[in-house]
Structure formats: structure tokens, C-alpha cells
Design a protein around this ligand. Structure first.
Ligand code: NAD
Ligand code: UDP
Length: 311
């Protein structure tokens, strides 16, 4: 198929592009490198085109396409804290432009939404039916509300224009090509372990997350594209752990690492628990993650080892 990947020079986007190219698809990648990397956008292959462009302006890709994958948005808490207006614009104007592009191209839009639409959840684990607990004026609002708005925009646009769409609510995903300095807990803990430093935990480390390896996530996105319907689908790994347990897993994968050290209180509105209910993904898509944390951390650690110049 011909696929247009918005945000294809980012962490998840570049893995998605890899997979599409591996299976023989034609790919047009659109990215403005706001939080992505040139090395991930630049590829020499006939079936691949790169367009450097900000999707908050109309997207200059012409011709029919089968898929528009919209992953273009800052995604890590320190990125969207630094870029709150760009984040809101990516979710609003950017999503509107992605919809117009999909409509003109006759494509299905697959939108990367997030577990953050559930905010600091009062229901656990999170099912797609849960409406969430989001502070609309808090420090995470620029991200959470732009993703919630994007879901409202997509479903409204489809009601008006009949555009086909999929909504993936992605939970914490990790793997090679995350930026070492993106502030998320996986690059932070892995690089701290490699340097032999203590793990900088926010709060007491009892908050939970559920970590999904990027290859599993990409398989989920493709399954959703092929077999999904108009309902949002949680994509993530349901194995939940505290951050203290996660630090232990990282120490084991790296073979060294310091102690867990609480360096600051839990940031405002930081979700205290998060685990996807993936019943819908299993029954509708026949998808579930296959890569255990210990296995997925190996290539991740190797990637950061090289990025930090330890090899
Ligand atoms: P990332 O920052 O690595 O990738 C985002 C990409 O989008 C970058 O290459 C960036 O340059 C590009 N981009 C941002 N704004 C743009 C704009 N206006 N125009 C063009 N390009 C733009 O982040 P990621 O972790 O790969 O996340 C990808 C998507 O998945 C995001 O939409 C994110 O919200 C969603 N998501 C990710 C996770 C996760 O755990 N990584 C979890 C939930 C949702
Ligand atoms: N966190 C931490 N130390 C760090 C970075 C993050 O304790 O150096 C915590 C953060 O407060 C949150 C969890 O780890 O509770 C996951 O944070 P991340 O930024 O990876 O993703 P989030 O799930 O918050 O979007």
C-alpha cells in the first residue's frame, strides 16, 4: 500500500516506517523534526520519500493513499512541558490537516492517541469505555486535552464527511531510538544504570506503569489499521509494575545500577497507576504483546550504550 506517516522521524514513527518498508509498502514520511531525529527521517530507498513539514499547516502530499498514520506530536512530559503551544497545535490544527489529507487521498486515518486521555485514572485497569480524570488546566493538560480534542475532532469529522479512521490509545512504549534526554523513565533509568548512577525516582516509586516493547506496539498499530473499526482501542502491555520494580528490571538488564533515590515529589497530576485493559485489542484484532520486559530491555540497553558512547 501507499502509506503517509506523519511524525515518521520520531521514536515510534520510525519503527512503523521500518515495518512498512520491510513488507514492501511505499512510504511518504512527513516530519518537522520538532522532537524527532534527522537520522531517523533520512533513508535512501526508492519507495521512501521524506517531506520536511509542520503538519499544523496544510500537508503538501498529493495523490491517492491507503493509510495516513498520524503520530506527529511531542510525547514525553518534558517535551510537551517545553512545547505546550506546539503540542496543542499538533493535536488540533495538525489533526485537522491529517483528516483533510486522508479525505483527499481516499485513505484511512490511524491516529496515535494515548493512555493520557484517562488522566490520573480512577478506574483500574483502564477500559476504553472509561472517560478519564484529566485536569484541564494542569501541567499535562496541553498534551492530554489536545489528544482528547483530537479524538473528538476525528469522530465528528467522520460523522460529517464519512472518513474512515482508527484511534489507537497507546500506553507507555519503549525501545531503541528513544532520545536519551527525552526525560521519560526508560531512557532516564537505563542511562543512569549504564553510568552506575542512582535511579532518580519522582515520588516514592510506588506509582505504576505497564511497558510495551515498540515492535509489539507497531504490530498492534498495523492490526488495528487492518482489522479495527471506529472504536478506540488500547494498545499496550498489561504487565503492570511499580517504578521501584522497574528500576530492579533495568538493573538486571544492564548488569549494574545504583539505588532507588527519591529526588522530588510526584509531579502534579502524574498518574499514580496505569494499566491497559486490552480485551478489545485481543478480541477485535487478535493482538497482544509478545515481548517480555527483560527481553525488550536488551536491545534498548544496547542502543543507549552506543548513544552514550560506551561502545
Ligand atoms: P516522538 O517525539 O519521538 O515522535 C513524534 C514525532 O512527531 C517527532 O519526529 C516530531 O519531530 C514529530 N512532530 C511533532 N510535531 C510535529 C509537527 N507539528 N509537524 C510534523 N512533525 C511533528 O514521540 P513518540 O514517542 O514516537 O510518539 C509518537 C506518537 O505516539 C505521538 O503522537 C504520541 O503522542 C503517541 N504516544 C506515544 C507513547 C509512547 O510511549 N511513546 C504513548 C502514547 C502515545
Ligand atoms: N519518572 C521518574 N523518574 C524519571 C522520569 C520519570 O520517577 O527520571 C516517573 C514519572 O514521574 C512517572 C513515570 O516515571 O510517574 C513514567 O514517566 P514517563 O515520563 O516515562 O511517562 P508518563 O507515563 O508519565 O507519560
Amino acid at each position: 500500500m501507499r502509506a503517509i506517516v506523519l511524525g515518521g522521524a520520531g521514536f515510534i514513527g520510525s519503527h512503523l516506517v521500518d515495518r512498512l518498508l520491510q513488507r514492501g509498502d511505499e512510504v511518504v514520511c512527513v516530519d518537522n523534526y520538532l522532537t524527532g531525529k534527522r537520522a531517523h527521517g533520512e533513508r535512501r530507498l526508492q519507495r521512501y520519500t521524506f517531506v520536511e513539514h509542520d503538519i499544523t499547516r496544510p500537508i503538501p502530499v498529493v495523490g491517492p493513499a491507503d493509510a495516513v498514520f498520524n503520530l506527529a506530536s511531542p510525547a514525553s512530559p518534558i517535551d510537551y512541558a517545553r512545547l505546550p503551544l506546539e503540542t496543542l497545535e499538533a493535536g488540533s490544527a495538525g489533526t485537522r490537516n491529517a483528516l483533510d489529507l486522508a479525505r483527499m487521498a481516499g485513505a484511512t486515518l490511524l491516529h496515535a492517541s494515548t493512555s493520557e486521555v484517562y488522566g490520573d485514572p480512577l478506574e483500574h485497569p483502564q477500559r476504553e469505555e472509561y472517560f478519564g480524570n484529566v485536569n484541564p488546566i494542569g501541567p499535562r493538560a496541553c498534551y492530554d486535552e489536545s489528544k482528547r480534542y483530537a479524538e473528538a475532532l476525528i469522530t465528528s469529522y467522520a460523522r460529517v464527511h464519512g472518513t474512515r479512521f482508527r484511534i489507537a490509545r497507546i500506553f507507555n512504549t519503549y525501545g531503541p531510538r528513544m532520545r536519551v534526554d527525552d526525560g521519560r523513565v526508560v531512557p532516564a533509568f537505563v542511562s543512569q544504570a549504564l553510568k552506575g548512577e542512582d535511579f532518580t525516582v519522582f515520588g516514592d516509586g510506588s506509582q505504576t506503569r505497564s511497558f510495551c516493547y515498540v515492535d509489539d506496539l507497531v504490530s498492534g498499530l498495523l492490526a488495528l489499521f487492518q482489522r479495527g473499526d471506529s472504536r478506540p482501542v488500547n494498545l499496550g502491555n498489561p504487565v503492570e509494575m511499580t517504578l521501584v520494580q522497574f528500576a530492579d528490571a533495568v538493573r538486571k538488564a544492564v548488569g549494574k545500577g545504583g539505588s532507588v533515590r527519591s529526588v522530588r515529589p510526584l509531579p502534579e497530576n502524574d498518574p499514580r497507576q496505569r494499566r491497559p485493559d486490552i480485551t478489545r485489542a485481543k478480541t477485535l484484532l487478535g493482538w497482544e504483546p509478545k515481548v517480555p520486559l527483560g527481553e525488550g530491555l536488551q536491545p534498548t540497553v544496547e542502543y543507549f550504550r552506543a548513544e552514550l558512547g560506551y561502545r
